[in-house]
Design a protein around this ligand. Structure first.
Ligand code: ADP
Ligand code: ASP
Ligand code: MG
Length: 412
């Protein structure tokens, strides 16, 4: 039997009525002759509520219990989806991560998928089950504890199942009808892309576009999964949405294809550290051990053997970063005058494969921000992206201005 993976995000299973609508879509594919693996998220808002309860109970929580709590939202929707399908006379069964079993590392709250044995589910398909409904976002560690894959992790569950079961396609149903040139909530000039290259999607996701979890794009690229993003609220059709595909499959493309933003960034500066061999290692090793995800780094000009070191990290990791740096200072590994945290910044990035062969993109980005009177605090570039840190209050304005400046409302 040909097999499809269909993933429904939080807004698509937000209540019983929406679960019914999603189930109808699954029914249409089953009627075409597909076996289907449905991956479900928790109902919209539920995971945030669960995270809130954990933080309220225990601010320095045990990550194993965090996962036990926050994974539970998906259990509810998996069972309800299976029941809804059964009510429609579609033979369906629900699976929690551990029942599959979806095997992961023990990195609680950010676990990586190691393996998905297909036997259990395939046996049920062979017995006549048409739909396996699997709770997204969760798995089981080698120690036998429940793990979660990081926020947005159901996307990764979906792509990993598509790879393991060699699905014909992996459809990600969400509240927008595809991948846009930027978040359509920030500007109504955002344009839906017919296709987007894996590399570009990977950059956009890792720079903050939450429409797909970064890891899901990595997996799709590695296993060549046909990945599609589409709306669960629009009419069903085989070529709806955006196809995430290999660069070679895209004929025309703009130099810049997307603008991403990340709201919750912090800029940390260590004032006056010794400029000597090993200083970067002495700073960034303890940060890494403390689980701080450092993104941009700048070492400023050195004067009389001392320099300032600036880095960015997510705002909710500032306390951890401060603790790690003060501990390193106390133990004599590093020395600095002060650690300044600017928590009112945001990151805005322009992404496009065309940057590899075209110069002038950075200049245009900086001129555009200058014309809006927006000060750039930190700059980072790679082959296909340019990112800047700016004051958070200008974030929307910067996204809109850059979207206009690069002509993203028009196709190539
Ligand atoms: P789900 O609950 O279905 O997983 P998410 O909220 O995780 O949905 O992701 C969908 C959201 O991603 C959209 O509502 C949109 O606001 C946001 N988004 C950010 N950047 C983009 C983009 N470039 N294209 C489409 N959506 C985007
Ligand atoms: N429910 C989880 C979250 O909100 C996983 C997901 O929906 O992808 O992050
Ligand atoms: Mg999501």
């Amino acid at each position: 039997m040909p097999l499809l993976v269909m993933k429904f995000g939080g807004t698509s299973v937000a209540n019983i009525d929406r679960i019914r609508r999603a189930a109808k879509r699954v029914g249409v594919e089953v009627a075409k002759g597909y076996d289907v693996i449905v991956i479900v998220s928790a109902m919209a808002g539920r995971t945030n509520e669960l995270v809130g309860w954990v933080n309220e109970t225990s601010p320095m929580y045990d990550a194993r219990e965090y996962d036990a709590v926050v994974s539970s939202g998906e259990n509810v929707t998996a069972g309800l989806m299976a029941l809804t399908l059964q009510e429609m006379d579609v033979p369906a069964r629900s699976w929690q991560g551990w029942q599959v079993p979806l095997l992961t590392t023990s990195a609680h709250s950010a676990a990586r998928i190691e393996e998905i044995p297909t036997d259990n589910i395939n046996t049920k398909f062979a017995e006549g089950m048409k739909v396996a409904v699997v709770a997204g976002f969760q798995g089981i560690s080698p120690e036998g504890r429940i793990t979660t894959l990081g926020r947005g992790g159901s996307d990764t569950t979906a792509v990993a199942f598509a790879a393991a079961f060699e699905a014909e396609r992996c459809d990600i149903y969400t509240d927008v009808d595809g991948v846009y040139t930027t978040d359509p909530r920030i500007t109504d000039k955002a344009r839906k892309l017919e296709k987007i290259a894996f590399e570009e999607m990977l950059e956009l996701a890792s720079l903050g576009a939450k429409v797909l979890q970064t890891r899901s794009v990595e997996l799709a690229m590695r296993y060549n999964v046909r990945l599609r993003v589409l709306s669960s609220f629009e009419e069903q059709s085989d070529n709806a949405g955006t196809l995430v595909c290999a660069e070679e499959d895209i004929m025309e493309s703009n130099v810049v294809n997307g603008i991403a933003y990340s709201r919750d960034e912090a800029k940390m500066t260590l004032i006056s550290v010794a400029d000597r061999p090993g200083i970067a290692a002495a700073i960034f090793s303890p940060l890494s051990e403390a689980g701080v995800n450092v993104d941009m780094i700048i070492q400023n000009i050195s004067e009389e053997g001392r320099t300032d070191m600036t880095f960015s990290c997510p705002t909710d990791q500032v306390a951890r970063a401060q603790k790690a740096m003060h501990a390193a200072k106390d133990s004599g590994e590093i020395n600095f005058h002060d650690l300044v945290a600017d928590t009112d910044v945001a990151k805005v990035s322009a992404v496009g494969i065309g940057m590899r062969s075209q110069s002038g993109v950075a200049a245009k980005m900086f001129e555009t921000l200058r014309d809006e009177g927006i000060n750039i605090k930190v700059i980072a570039t790679s082959e296909i992206k340019i990112s800047v840190l700016i004051d958070r209050k200008y974030m929307e304005l910067a996204v809109q201005a850059l979207h206009d400046a690069f002509g993203l409302d028009k196709a190539a």
